[in-house]
Design a protein around this ligand. Structure first.
Ligand code: ADP
Length: 312
């Protein structure tokens, strides 16, 4: 059902205790992921992403708060059957061949042997490991192991995919292939939740992002909505009688006039287009016009960097 919450995290607190030292890795966060959504989980190293993902998988017990997946307690066998999971570091039996590992995982998911015989070569091809099924995993590169991990995660066509550090260890080609695989799964309605350092990837794949810092959610929402207010549009022009057009400038616009050239900066693409049309119609000389779109990376750096370090 669309709109149904697949992941529900409520006031989650994760604390690690080592002797007398305790680390509050996740500090009371709440969020939901709806069916069919693709959500990117981002934040600096040590922010609490892995700990949150482990709590979603039921691999650790929260100090307080609740995590439900498909309405079931995190870690329940029933919820695990419906999740494809790729850990940050996936270690597979080095003495196995690629196809043997996938057959093992397929068997654990109770996929019939006959179906697996068809599915495994298809999967290997899908993740860019065509012809590698007979190779021992010990001879796989890090990127190839990561690809195998992805195949393992999607073998049972899960309803929810959870990836910790998506694309770590993948080269640009690997990232491209992975993006294709995920876009296809997303198109089929799979719910996807992943942490990543590749912000361009998050921007391309995700509907929304969740940003965490020091165990707290600092920002969440639709990717384009979050970044829209940071976009800037600039026009440098000369026009003797610009007063009428300038009277319609929004209050947050910047206007400078050095006597020779005038410069306007606005935040809205619509207003930018309207102004350009008005200036051209009024016979202005346009010296320069530019749309400076904010990338998720710019947004992220501005948000997580302490104030004193801005601009460095
Ligand atoms: P991220 O995935 O965002 O890099 P983590 O969830 O791995 O962050 O870590 C959050 C905080 O918890 C960090 O300060 C980290 O050092 C600490 N931490 C993570 N795992 C453990 C552990 N097993 N024992 C003690 N501290 C841990």
């Amino acid at each position: 059902m669309a709109g149904e919450n697949v992941i529900e995290v409520e006031s989650l607190v994760v604390v690690y205790r080592n002797g007398r030292k305790s680390t509050r890795a996740v500090d009371g966060i709440s969020f939901q992921v709806k069916r069919g959504e693709c959500v990117g989980f981002i934040g600096p190293n040590g922010a609490g992403k892995s700990s949150t993902i482990k709590a979603i998988m039921g691999f650790l017990f929260p100090a307080s708060g609740t995590v439900r997946v498909f309405g079931l307690p995190a870690g329940s066998v029933e919820s695990h059957k419906r999740i494809g999971y790729l850990p940050e570091v996936a270690l597979y039996y080095p003495f196995m061949k690629g196809h043997e590992l996938l057959e093992l995982y397929g068997g654990l998911h109770r996929i019939p042997k006959k179906k697996l015989k068809r599915r495994v070569p298809e999967l290997l091809e899908q993740v860019g490991l065509y012809g590698m099924g007979e190779t021992l995993i010990r001879n796989y590169s890090k990127g190839m192991q990561q690809r195998l991990g992805i195949a393992q995660a999607i073998i049972a066509e899960p309803e929810l995919l959870v990836f910790d550090e998506l694309s770590s260890g993948l080269d640009p080609l690997g990232r491209h292939d992975l993006r294709e695989v995920l876009l296809e799964l997303k198109g089929k309605g799979t719910t996807i939740f992943f942490s990543s350092h590749e912000l361009s990837e998050v921007e391309t794949l995700c509907d929304s992002v969740l940003m965490i810092r020091s165990g707290k959610i600092v920002c969440e929402g639709d990717v384009s909505d979050l970044m829209k207010p940071l976009d800037k549009y600039e026009i440098v022009f000369s026009l003797a009688s610009a007063a009428e057009i300038l009277s319609s400038l929004p209050p947050d616009a910047t206007f400078e006039d050095d006597g020779e050239k005038k410069r306007i900066e606005v935040n809205s693409h619509e207003i930018y287009s309207q102004l350009l049309t008005s200036f051209v119609n009024a016979g202005a000389v346009i010296h320069h016009s530019e749309a400076r779109r904010t990338s998720l990376e710019d947004f992220f750096v501005n948000l997580v960097r302490p104030d004193g370090e801005r601009g460095k």
